[in-house]
Design a protein around this ligand. Structure first.
Ligand SMILES: [Fe+2]
Length: 285
């Protein structure tokens, strides 16, 4: 089954969308307001980025801005825009995912002013290939990756995605090919500070899934998939560790990353952690 897109308008009766989200849907909010001031409009006229990293972001309690360009006044306004977007994402969770209130941890907020990178990157960094998100240096363990995206393109350009098949069907094809987990090398990676915490068996499997998926040209071309266009002004929300996705094009986007403990899900059995354990027929280490 291909990941469904569930459209929710402001005029729809409010209801919790946690079950649909946990099932692997992309929630699409076509008409939520997030207005820019006259001053802020410059941030979608040209990229205010130092060009060293792909994105500009704020992280942590002090919300220090990283990777930005512009005058001090402009950078302060851009930081303010990201702080406001984080509050917008929190408001969305409060309204549509009330089950998660108080359980979800809002991490990095990013401004993505560059076109989706179509240079001939290494296959591992090529996000046009269908994948699930996994972070090599930042083990996730018993957390889920929830992301809130908004297309802020000023000239009508959509954010173009592909979405793929459901996580369970994908895992069935790829799990048998993945190398076994070594608790000893996980310990070593943490001791050498290559990873920020011990890489669990789940993190190991997700990293190898990410790579095996991106490397498999035949799968990329022939796996079940659908094109989706997110228009300017639209907001979309998904578990990016569960929903197979590739970013095909588009410029100017805001993104909020949040972490949710598996135990805080409406149904933890729908997590990639538990799906992988069920396919292997044993708990993960
Ligand atoms: Fe991704």
């Amino acid at each position: 089954m291909i990941s469904p897109i569930l459209t929710v308008s402001q005029s729809d009766a409010p209801r919790s969308l946690a079950a649909a989200l946990e099932d692997g849907a992309v929630l699409l909010f076509p008409d939520l307001d997030f207005p820019f001031s006259d001053f802020e409009r410059r941030f979608v006229e040209r990229p205010f980025a130092d060009g060293k990293a792909k994105n500009v972001n704020i992280r942590g309690a002090d919300a220090e801005l990283r990777g930005a360009a512009g005058t001090p006044e402009e950078q302060e306004a851009l930081r303010g825009l990201l702080v406001r977007y984080r509050a917008f994402a929190k408001g969305l969770v409060n309204r549509y995912l009330p089950d998660y209130i108080g359980r979800v941890n809002f991490a990095g907020t990013s401004y993505r002013p560059f076109d989706v990178d179509k240079r001939k990157l290494s296959w591992r960094r090529d996000d046009t290939r269908l994948h699930v998100d996994a972070f090599p240096s930042n083990p996730i363990g018993e957390k889920r990756i929830l992301r809130v995206f908004r297309n802020i393109n000023p000239s009508g350009q959509p954010r173009r995605w592909r979405v793929g098949e459901d996580f369970g069907s994908m895992a069935e094809k790829f799990l048998p090919r993945l190398p076994g987990y070594s608790p000893l090398s996980a310990k070593l990676l943490a001791a050498l500070r290559i990873t920020k915490a011990r890489r669990s068996e789940y993190d190991h499997l997700m990293l190898h899934l990410h790579d095996a998926l991106k490397q498999d040209e035949a799968y990329q071309a022939s796996a079940p998939q659908a094109d989706v266009n997110f228009l300017p002004g639209q907001t979309w929300v998904t578990f990016s560790d569960l929903v197979m996705h590739g970013a095909m094009g588009g410029q100017y986007m805001l993104e909020q990353t949040a972490y949710l403990p598996v135990a805080a899900q409406a149904d933890p059995a729908k997590s990639p952690q538990r799906i992988l354990a069920a396919k292997l027929g044993r708990p993960l280490q």
